[in-house]
Design a protein around this ligand. Structure first.
Ligand code: MEZ
Length: 536
């Protein structure tokens, strides 16, 4: 059971005391200038010392965080592996690397299109960030909304940096993505007349967040996994891709695989390859805790980079404003934005609101960091500090029972530690949540410079620009998963002849490392986070 400190209890009283006033007067929204100012001063993306310039590879000369640079410029594992590229263990049309929502959507679509498809995943199908998404999935499918509005919200929220062709696809195909999931069996929250219940997220001008309580990702992933298994799509689990194999013509043609349990090395030959390996929260950039799945170690970016694919906006990360700050056992775990959509407010140690609760994520996170680090208005916690998220307001606004009905996962997560979020506010602090940048693709999901290499999901860069809105990630894994599956299988149908398999590009990359004077022996892709105590 969690025991509050006296300081926390005193502060909590101030939160309770200011509730009436806050219910009557919502905090004002910020102006564009105010947002720019707080981002520059407090958003972790602006900390110059956290970055370094890449010395080699397709993005040479560009800045990325140190942790990512170590891996992008890391050493391949192939020197220590025995393999024979002339004797593939698997030979398929479409090889999907990654068993999350994007990989599963891609595989289902390619399979429906007649392709011989296989999923390879370093953990198990469904062990992914998709499974952990909570608050919902956006789609403009209500009469008062439109894909154009959705586009404007996401484009502005992403600082006008999204690749227009990708964002256009995202918003236009969103309603069909919801229809597809609904038909597959996803149990969306619906009103008695069958219409979908939708809410706001940060930066949305219409209520377009479709949800399955606060288990949205788990419910979507459950359905997709069933569909993969029911179709009999082969899933090779506990097997990591450690390099993209190319053919002699420089086109992607498979992957070198390593069984995570036995160390067995396997060669998968394929006509097209789809990278759907997800994000990077487990790199704990800048020392942040993370809401991410255990497997989120930026593997796809490394695989693609070494194969010659360009990255886009690899320097920008999303810190979700509300990670659990207490109790320490769940430090960094996601407290869904839906909590704020339902009326919970952010308040400081004096019970004072400091931001409108549904500003976009990067802005909201920055104001929380400012409140703690810049203004000394944070509440001390076991691992640092945090501010209050006043959850009892949800029941006051929405009526008794709203929390249990709409966000039962949150109630249970805190309930385990004796915290009743219906009665007590919770302490939160930003947590590393999403990789805004990733591999550069065209509208067909193919990398811009390695033929037959496709990407879907969080490993893609540019869909959202330099900041993503809530619910647009569950959406992008479906839209761009299906998209990659569609075009990768269509290309196979058009006819692809795979030439002699080679890993010469990996050897050339090693030479580039040497020529640039990089001597580090950090192996990449990382595959699993390292939580071994350094003092042992
Ligand atoms: O899109 C997300 O990241 C999401 C839905 C997260 C959340 O707050 O629930």
């Amino acid at each position: 059971m969690y025991q509050y400190t006296q300081e926390q209890l005193d502060s909590m009283k101030k939160v309770e005391a200011s509730r009436k006033e806050r219910l009557e007067n919502l905090h004002a929204r910020m102006t564009a200038d105010e947002k720019t100012a707080v981002l520059k001063e407090f958003h972790p993306d602006y900390i110059e010392g956290a970055y370094e310039t890449l010395k080699i590879g397709p993005n040479k000369g560009e800045k990325v965080l140190h942790e990512l640079a170590d891996l992008l410029q890391g050493k391949s594992r192939i020197d220590s592996l025995k393999y024979d590229l002339t004797k593939p263990d698997y030979d398929v049309d479409v090889l999907v690397i990654g068993g999350g929502g994007a990989g599963s959507s891609a595989a289902v679509t390619a399979h429906a299109n007649g392709a011989n498809v296989m999923i390879v995943t370093k953990l198990r199908i469904g062990d992914a960030n998709s499974m952990m998404a909570e608050g919902g999935i956006q789609a403009a499918d209500k009469p008062n909304d439109s894909p154009a509005r959705h586009y404007l919200d996401a484009f502005g929220g992403g600082h006008f940096a999204a690749k227009p062709c990708l964002l256009e696809k995202l918003v236009k195909e969103a309603p069909d993505a919801i229809r597809w999931l609904n038909e597959l069996g996803v149990m969306f929250d619906k009103a008695e007349d069958g219409t979908m219940i939708t809410t706001h997220g940060g930066g949305t001008s219409r209520k377009r967040m479709h949800a399955c309580k606060d288990y949205s990702g788990a419910e979507i992933m459950r359905t997709l996994r069933d569909e993969v298994l029911n179709r009999g799509i082969p899933v090779v689990d506990f097997t990591a891709a450690v390099e993209i194999i190319k053919d002699e013509n420089g086109k992607a043609a498979g992957a070198l695989l390593v069984n995570m349990e036995t160390g067995e090395v396997l060669v998968a030959k394929a006509k097209t390859v789809i990278i759907a390996t997800g994000g990077a929260g487990r790199l704990h950039y800048q020392g942040f805790p993370t809401s991410n799945h255990y497997g989120a170690t930026a593997d796809g970016l490394v695989l693609a980079y070494r194969a010659g694919a360009k990255l886009l906006y690899a320097d920008t990360l999303q810190y979700h404003p509300t990670g659990a700050a207490e109790p320490t056992q769940i430090y960094g775990a996601l407290v869904t934005e839906k909590v704020r959509s339902l009326g919970a407010q952010l308040v400081n140690k004096d019970g004072k609101p400091f931001v409108y609760s549904l500003e976009t994520r990067d802005v909201t996170a920055s104001t929380i960091i400012r409140e703690c680090k810049g203004r000394g208005n944070g509440v001390k916690t076991t691992d640092g500090e945090g501010v209050w998220l006043d959850t009892p307001m949800i029941e006051i606004i929405g009526g008794e029972g709203t929390i249990e009905k709409r966000i039962p996962a949150m109630m249970r997560m805190f309930g385990k530690y004796g915290i009743d979020i219906r009665k007590e506010p919770i302490l939160i602090y930003p947590t590393l949540h999403y990789q805004n940048g990733g591999i550069d693709i065209n509208a067909d999901g193919e990398t811009t410079n390695v033929e037959n290499l496709f990407v879907a999901g969080e490993a893609v860069g540019g869909i959202h620009g330099r900041n993503r809105l809530m619910g647009n990630s569950l959406l992008d894994i479906i839209v761009f998963g299906r998209n990659a599956g569609k075009y990768a299988s269509a290309k196979v149908k058009e006819g692809i002849t795979v030439g002699k398999l080679t890993l010469d590009h990996v050897k050339a990359f090693e030479q580039e490392r040497k020529d640039a004077g990089i001597t580090s022996d950090i192996l990449s892709p990382k595959l699993l986070p390292d939580y071994t105590r350094k003092d042992m």
